[in-house]
Design a protein around this ligand. Structure first.
Ligand code: AMP
Ligand code: MG
Length: 517
């Protein structure tokens, strides 16, 4: 680790909060506050991503690894800070939020993967903790660790995770917010990304009329993270910046819809300016196909962040960002063009991904309808999304028969109820495939590369967590390893590719998650 090269541009180039006290407060005129992690009792490694360690040039076997990534020890070049940001939560402006339990450690210049910022989530209180404890529990830390690595290997832009370290301290949480607080083991994830900047970082100074800080933040972001557009004249550069954020967000939404990921809390403080999946909280994976599903019990009533609504929310959040950036623009027109680019990019990407999932080389007229019809049939039959698409590749397009899709059904009644429309759809689909220019081999390759066999089903994560809470980390390690190759059939791993078992349907942690983490 002596070879780690830190280059802490964010804290070097942006204004710091002059107050270094820990007390919760409003912080204005500053992009961050200096704050060091609060030591924990007895750090113990739960899991390390070997790939992220290699990317950073860190030896996971070094004896002080657990101490460093629990925040008890530091290495030269590291410096602790918490970012100031605000956000719209569930559609309403919430004012200042900020890193209430995440503490940045600095930015590493890697050999092959550019700048990578390190951040400890759950490392203790900061000026942004707002009365909360600054800690995180083991279950949510394992969920974040596993899912960010799984998403990376699925090809979905995401923050990554180096490690989960159990702290040896207990953290008290009232999981279902029903007046039953209980102690749980605490943990800290070391997250890794080129930057953790969120829409909310720009919204906060803008909400206070601090255009100077807003401009500094945008200048910094473009210079450091969007160098390709940095040389443009300022007005054009700002327009290109918003457009780039919009198109990245559009592609991210298309990716989430492709793999069946539901973020759960798409508040503007949880949307990355780099278009990465960020802040894994009460997220979930679609088992039985249902566009109205959300894993987040806190959102159960309005289902704002349900699966099928994510593309709309991406747009809503970009509107909030556009509003925040508007003091840097002479007219709203370039911002509107950025929003239009979001819609175009989402529609084109989603159409291309949807066609690829069906093994169609190029989308053509009529495919929209074919895809919409399929979503209707999947919703009506509640088939398992992952299994259905994966098994669809085995369909004999010269004699289509729903038999190959049997494993995707959650009940016999649903299978019978949907058998007629499914047969009709399969016939149409088979004909479309026969007319496609793709060869059989090309079609299968495309389908296998677009439809994962392994995703981090909610119940699988929960089973690994249950074991880890008993001190057995083997479930976490097994999932980490299998999810590195989500598109490949892996011998002996069928038990990780099946339908969600019945017992998991309504279990807390498996299909119902609160924001409490
Ligand atoms: P989230 O919904 O997890 O994205 O968090 C929203 C805000 O609450 C962010 O500002 C977090 O830093 C803060 N927060 C969440 N949990 C804690 C905690 N245990 N201690 C301090 N701040 C927290
Ligand atoms: Mg957050």
């Amino acid at each position: 680790m002596t070879g780690l090269r830190f280059d802490n541009a964010f804290t070097r180039e942006l204004p710091a909060d002059p107050d270094t006290h820990l007390a919760s407060r409003q912080v204005s005129g500053a992009a961050f506050s200096w704050v060091e992690p609060t030591p924990v009792a007895a750090p113990r490694i739960v899991a390390v991503s070997g790939e992220v360690a290699a990317m950073l040039g860190i030896d996971p076997a070094r004896p002080d690894f657990a101490e460093i990534f629990a925040g008890n020890a530091s290495i030269p070049g590291m410096t602790g800070y918490a970012m100031a940001y605000g956000g719209h939560q569930f559609g309403h402006w919430a004012g200042q939020l900020g890193d209430g339990r995440a503490i940045g450690l600095g930015e590493v210049l890697t050999a092959h993967d550019g700048r990578q910022e390190l951040q400890l989530k759950g490392a203790g209180r900061t000026p942004y903790s707002r009365g909360a404890d600054g800690r995180a529990v083991l279950r949510s830390s394992i969920r974040e660790f596993l899912c960010s690595e799984a998403m990376h290997h699925l090809g979905v832009p995401t923050t990554r995770a180096l490690s989960v370290v159990a702290t040896g301290d207990q953290v008290v949480r009232d999981v279902m917010y029903d007046g039953n607080p209980a102690p749980e083991p605490g943990a800290i994830v070391c997250r890794v990304a080129p930057s953790f900047l969120r829409f909310g970082n720009y919204e906060l100074p803008s909400s206070r009329g601090d255009t100077a800080l807003l401009r500094q933040l945008v200048d910094f972001t473009v210079r450091t993270h969007f160098p390709a557009i940095d040389a443009l004249p300022e007005a054009e550069r700002n327009a290109a910046f918003f457009r780039e954020v919009s198109t990245r967000t559009a592609r991210l939404m298309a990716e989430w819809m492709r793999v069946g990921f539901v973020h759960g809390v798409m508040n503007t403080d949880n949307l990355s300016i780099l278009g990465l999946t960020i802040d894994y909280g009460p997220y979930g994976w679609i088992d039985d196909f249902n566009p109205d599903w959300t894993p987040n019990t806190t959102d159960r009533q309005h289902r704002r962040y349900r699966f099928g609504n994510q593309p709309q929310i991406g747009y809503w959040n970009l509107q909030a960002l556009a509003q925040a950036l508007s003091p840097l623009f002479d007219s709203a027109e370039p911002l509107q063009r950025g929003l239009d680019a979001y819609v175009e990019t989402f529609e084109a990407t989603d159409a291309a991904y949807s066609a690829a999932k069906l093994g169609l080389l190029h989308a053509r007229d009529g495919d929209d309808e074919l895809i919409a019809d399929l979503r209707g049939v999947l919703t009506a039959g509640g088939m398992d999304m992952t299994i259905f698409y994966r098994d669809l590749a085995s369909l004999d397009v010269h004699a289509p028969h729903a038999g190959v899709l049997g494993a995707a059904f959650y009940s016999e009644a649903q299978r019978v109820a949907v058998s007629e429309p499914l047969d009709a759809w399969l016939k149409q689909y088979a004909q479309r495939v026969r007319e496609d220019e793709a060869s059989e081999g090309e079609r299968l390759a495309l389908m296998h590369a677009s439809n994962p066999r392994y995703v981090l089903r909610n119940y699988l994560a929960q089973q690994a967590i249950d074991k880890a809470e008993q001190g057995d980390n083997s479930g976490v390690t097994e999932l980490l390893e299998v999810l590195r190759y989500p598109y490949e059939a892996q011998p002996g791993k069928d038990h990780l590719a099946g339908r969600r078992p019945d017992w998991a349907r309504d279990r807390v942690g498996c299909s119902m998650l609160s924001c409490c983490s």
